[in-house]
Design a protein. Structure first.
Length: 121
């Protein structure tokens, strides 16, 4: 975890990891990553999250999607989200896929980063 990470994001990342998730710093996911000690090959740039919509247009979520997004950003697994919201795990998976599509994300970490950036949950 880089020392330049904001304390709130670092705390959220630690909670996510303790719940079984994997954390990658935003700069690794969204671009190449250079350190003072070594240079890793630069990955091709990932398209910017949320580029499927104009910057002025706000992403609209259903009530269930908002609840799932909030728990997903806390680092909870689909199983725990389903248990907390008393719904089937398969329904949670559908909601997660829809959220990913709406945010233009390709994984759960990008969803959480995009949601935090847009102050969604």
């Amino acid at each position: 975890m880089p020392t330049s990470l904001e304390p709130a994001l670092a705390a959220q990342a630690v909670r996510f990891i303790l719940n079984g998730g994997t954390f990658f710093p935003p700069m690794v996911l969204l671009a190449g990553y250079n350190t003072d000690r070594e240079t890793l090959p630069t990955r091709p740039r990932v398209r910017e999250l949320g580029t499927t919509r104009s910057r002025c247009e706000r992403v609209v979520f259903t009530e269930h999607q908002q609840q799932v997004l909030h728990l997903l950003c806390e680092g909870r697994s689909n199983k725990l989200i389903a248990r907390d919201l008393t719904m089937r795990e398969s329904s949670v998976k559908v909601h997660v896929r829809q959220i990913m599509h709406k945010l233009g994300a390709s994984n759960r970490t990008q969803v959480a980063l995009s949601a935090m950036r847009q102050q969604l949950p």
